[in-house]
Design a protein around this ligand. Structure first.
Ligand code: CTP
Ligand code: MG
Length: 335
């Protein structure tokens, strides 16, 4: 009987794994979308270089970090060397130029936390946000992309977690839940912690890439092609990792004391970071250290109401992964 049950269990896991992989595959952007993004980028490049010849456009966020779904908006950073520019002025000027070039829904949001110009390209149907000199985001985008090249299970796990978070309504920072960026960092840290480890800690290795941005030194080992096969001693399937990820955040994480840190590949204490009390609006109820801006807690958007929502969602997901032989329907049920 025991053997029969084990075999049934194994076939459940295989089925679960196949279902999760199918969802992952369905979310990957097709090649023609990438081509359209390139086309729009070339157009914007032409417009921008007329006014700012030395400036460069960088794609960051989900279209460049390899964690983007099909039909994502593009995040673009306009990098201008001149330190004396006024960001709002640049954005207003840019908005003007985009409008006269027939781009649609052009809107300058100069008072946002990250000031941007929004636009929609009628030719490709793609929407995008352009910010100015947010170079740290370009660098952390590269870090995420480099991690994704080491083991495909990171991209698979992060796709499933992001998809879950979007459908369950816990990927809305202005409602106190977490950004996609935070969820990807949680996935990287989780895979660094598996035994055997599935991901290394790139910032803990001899740096092969180093830039200083806004007085922050960003350095890490980026020759990731040398690390393929790093996680091969660990044979855990996607289904097993998704289960363990939710189980960790539902039942094992020490919310009172711990900070997850991709930078060190380990757990830090809130005490060591002086993140033990509320300062202003930062409550530190779930602590995720930014890999470069180390004073930045990506959980700072979370408040005493949304922490409950988040933890209940982690528990719900863990429960479904534990008990439901066919978990995908319930797991991704819109809230
Ligand atoms: N970012 C950041 N600090 C934050 C939030 C975001 O530096 N607190 C930067 C990161 O470079 C991130 C990018 O902004 O890659 C976009 O963030 P986000 O929208 O959370 O992630 P996406 O990968 O674009 O996810 P989505 O598919 O949901 O758009
Ligand atoms: Mg985005």
């Amino acid at each position: 009987r025991m053997l029969k049950r084990q075999i049934a269990c194994r076939s459940d896991i295989n089925r679960m794994n196949a279902a999760l992989l199918a969802i992952y595959e369905s979310l990957i952007p097709p090649e023609e979308e990438k081509a359209k993004q390139k086309q729009l980028l070339a157009l914007l490049d032409k417009i921008v270089s007329k006014e700012w010849p030395g400036a460069r456009l960088y794609v960051y966020g989900s279209c460049a970090n390899s964690f983007g779904f099909s039909k994502s908006d593009i995040d673009i950073c306009l990098a201008i060397e001149d330190a004396n520019i006024d960001k709002s002025e640049v954005l207003l000027k840019l908005a003007d130029m985009l409008q006269s070039d027939n781009l649609q829904d052009v809107q300058a949001l100069t008072r946002a936390r990250v000031p941007i110009v929004k636009l929609m390209d009628p030719e490709t149907g793609i929407s995008c946000d352009i910010c100015v000199n947010n170079v740290l985001a370009v660098v952390n985008t590269k870090l995420l992309r480099d991690y994704a090249h080491i083991d495909v299970r990171l991209r698979q796990l992060a796709f499933i977690v992001k998809h879950w978070a979007k459908l369950r309504g816990v990927n809305v920072t202005y409602q106190g839940t977490l950004s996609s960026y935070a969820y990807v960092l949680m996935c990287i840290h989780f895979l660094q912690q598996r035994r055997p480890a599935i991901l290394p800690c790139l910032q803990g290795m001899q740096p092969t890439y180093s830039v200083t941005v806004d007085n922050i030194e960003c350095a890490y080992f980026d020759k990731v092609e040398k690390l393929c096969g790093f996680g091969s001693h660990n044979g855990e399937s996607l289904a097993r990792l998704v289960w363990a990820f939710f189980n960790y955040w539902a039942y094992c994480h020490d919310y009172a004391n711990d900070v997850i840190s991709v930078r060190t590949g380990s757990m830090l204490s809130k005490r060591a970071k002086d993140w033990t009390r509320r300062i202003g609006n930062d409550r530190h109820l779930i602590c995720i250290e930014d890999p470069f801006e180390v004073s930045h807690d990506l959980g700072r958007v979370v408040d005493k109401f949304s922490i409950r929502v988040l933890r209940e969602e982690f528990e719900r997901a863990a429960e479904i992964m534990q008990c439901d032989p066919n978990p995908c329907v319930k797991l991704f049920e819109p809230y």
